[in-house]
Design a protein around this ligand. Structure first.
Ligand code: TXA
Ligand code: MG
Length: 321
């Protein structure tokens, strides 16, 4: 595929260039193993303010600070509890975000004025290299406009943010495809605020106890209508229910459209192989929107492992604002 010259210059593998942009207060699309982030120097309030402007995100929704390792993470924490240490040791680098009390130097623009900070050490090799070269913390939300589907390729980032992003590091498609698990380590037992790439059972194995009742939401920004594609999502719990639903939707569709079968309702099966489904979930939802499909029936996976994160995102995507 040949990209137009402006696009070709804004997407690439140049880590030095990404570091220069971050140091001069710019914003860079960054690959992680979960989804792509929109990164800025977490110590630079103007650069962080730019993230909020680009995303159209309310300023009281805090950002995750990405760090190269647990040693750097401790510099961003006021208190670093034993639970945080144990989880970091077991799952970092990886798709796990830890909420701890913040160090005094952490700016309010990052935490939305909260006394806590979200810290994550991602495993994606290109992001690791970037973090090590940059040295500091990179504040990064998912690189989509507020409330929309997260990006899992560099192309998605440019599709969504266009000229607003200075550069996108292309690390290929994200392997996990759903965001990190967020664990609040400021209380005992620790609480999962958002299910994600690391299952609750793995966290329980390390700490013994974990609170998985992730509501009422204590993570600002976890709205019911998050992760919303343009298509309508219908959630079902079994193949037979999916078949009934698709018959009903196709019947309705055929009575309205005769010449556009490519837009007919489709079934997505998230239940047979949840890991693979997660990896392509956001791409497939984007593809449905691009094809003009109005109705998508999703067979939900069991509420365990990565299935908990899929259910959370798909149920949110099915709430239309
Ligand atoms: O996998 C991920 O976590 C991706 C990649 C780019 O790292 N990032 C991501 O960021 O999903 P974002 O901004 O889309 O979601 C971060 C969530 C938000 O819902 C925010 O409210 C919550 O983390 N959060 C951040 N700081 C927090 C804090 N101090 N207390 C509670 N929740 C916090
Ligand atoms: Mg997000």
């Amino acid at each position: 595929m040949t990209l137009p010259p402006e696009t070709a210059q804004r997407i690439g593998h140049d880590i030095d260039r990404a570091v220069d942009i971050l140091r001069s207060g710019g914003v860079v699309g960054v690959p992680t193993e979960t989804v792509y982030g929109l990164g800025a120097d977490a110590s630079n309030s103007q650069a962080v303010a730019r993230i909020f402007r680009i995303k159209g995100r309310p300023s009281n929704h805090p950002l995750i600070v990405h760090v190269a390792n647990a040693q750097v993470a401790r510099r961003w924490a006021g208190l670093w509890p034993n639970e945080a240490e144990a989880l970091a040791e077991s799952f970092w680098p990886g798709p796990l975000t830890l909420i701890v009390s913040k160090a005094a130097h952490v700016i309010d623009e990052v935490t939305g004025g909260l006394p806590t900070v979200a810290l994550r050490c991602p495993s994606h090799p290109m992001m690791q290299e970037l973090l090590q070269e940059f040295g500091g913390g990179i504040a990064a939300p998912s690189a989509n406009r507020f409330g929309k589907v997260s990006p899992t390729t560099a192309g998605h980032v440019l599709d969504d943010l266009g000229d607003d992003v200075d550069y996108v590091l292309d690390g290929g498609p994200c392997a996990i495809g759903v965001e990190s698990t967020i664990v609040d380590c400021t209380k005992l037992p620790v609480q999962i605020l958002r299910p994600g790439g690391i299952p609750a059972s793995d966290i329980r194995r390390v700490l013994g106890a974990v609170d998985t009742a992730h509501g009422p939401s204590r993570a600002p920004g976890m709205l019911e209508s998050h992760y919303a594609p343009a298509c309508r999502i219908h959630c079902v719990e079994s193949t037979s229910r999916a078949e009934e639903k698709i018959m009903e939707l196709r019947h309705r569709f055929e009575s309205v459209h005769t010449a556009t079968p490519s837009r007919a309702p489709v079934i997505l099966d998230a239940s047979s192989d949840p890991e693979s489904f997660a990896a392509s979930m956001y791409s497939v939802l984007r593809e449905c929107d691009r094809s003009g499909i109005d109705d998508v029936v999703v067979i939900l996976p069991d509420d365990e492992g990565i299935g908990a994160a899929i259910r959370d995102r798909i149920l949110k995507a099915s709430h239309r604002s």
